[in-house]
Ligand binder design. Structure first.
Ligand code: MN
Length: 286
């Protein structure tokens, strides 16, 4: 196996998105997109007092890609224009296919607002290949207990296999193109190797802690991109923390992204805006 080298590292600058503050290491000035991954938002960790604020992203549309939510901590409530509604708890993942278009709202659940606690999530935008951009919207609600956990380094590293395969454990998420998504929880002093096809793009985002890969230290709020020449990533950990390891076969198609729409050509963006404004993606009041 040949180690993949770190070719780029971006820091997730904090920005305001409605009532929420999120870190956005992708896209960034030095890292436009890493196909099939379009965008990565890290919200929190924030500590909420009981009966605290009810920050919520108001209804907004999506088309042409998959918004995937990894809930590391807290409770999330979402609902959409097709009448779907769902609740996520710590460790759950929602793999949503926006496809032809849907309007949804999302935020901490009412129960969470009452109880208070720590809230932390990642939202990842995974691109769809052209032939599936207009597929019917759907959800995969992946409960934490259905995600296989691989224990490495005497239990100092837990690998939760959401998508793809690790150590013969297959993740429950079904994807339109080959993707590996692993939630990592670790203590100091762990080491593990992940084999990843050389042609895949791969990213490591560290939410908490310090990790080394191929001689580069990646600390919290940093996203590392790896080369497509090597076929393995070896991680060493130096503190307690958690991270997200992503890999995927690049989609070799043009990308035009505008707000919540990710299509191939500018005309398709115009059509998406028109379809949204004329109610073709549905209506959602709050
Ligand atoms: Mn959304």
């Amino acid at each position: 196996m040949k180690p993949k080298q770190v070719t780029n590292k971006t820091y997730g600058q904090q920005l305001k998105m409605g009532p929420l503050k999120v870190r956005q290491p992708l896209p960034a000035a030095a890292l436009e997109q890493v196909s099939p991954f379009i965008l990565l938002h890290h919200a929190g960790p924030t500590i909420h007092e009981p009966n605290g604020t009810k920050e919520r992203l108001s209804p907004h549309p999506h088309r042409g890609f998959e918004p995937v939510t990894f809930l590391f901590s807290g409770k999330l409530h979402h609902k959409d224009s097709a009448g779907h509604e769902g609740f996520l708890e710590s460790g759950d993942v929602q793999w949503m296919t926006a496809g032809s278009g849907i309007i949804h709202s999302e935020g901490p659940s009412e129960a969470f607002s009452k109880e208070g606690g720590t809230f932390e999530l990642i939202q990842l935008w995974v691109n769809l290949p052209r032939e599936y951009k207009m597929t019917a919207p759907k959800y995969q609600d992946i409960k934490s207990h259905t995600i296989h956990v691989v224990h490495k380094a005497d239990g100092k590293l837990q690998v939760r296999v959401v998508a793809g395969t690790y150590d013969d454990q297959k993740g429950p998420a079904s994807t339109f193109t080959p993707i590996t998504a692993l939630m990592l929880y670790f203590e100091a002093g762990a080491e593990a190797t992940f084999s990843i096809p050389h042609s895949y793009n791969s990213l490591l985002y560290v939410l908490e802690g310090d990790v080394e890969a191929a001689g580069t230290i990646i600390s919290k709020y940093n996203l590392a991109q790896f080369d497509t020449a090597g076929d393995a990533i070896t991680l060493k950990t130096f503190s307690k923390g958690h991270a997200l390891l992503l890999a995927g076969a690049p989609i070799q198609e043009p990308v035009v992204s505008y707000g919540p729409f990710v299509m191939n050509y500018p005309g398709e963006i115009k059509q998406a805006i028109l379809d949204y404004e004329t109610g073709k993606m549905g209506i959602l009041e709050s």
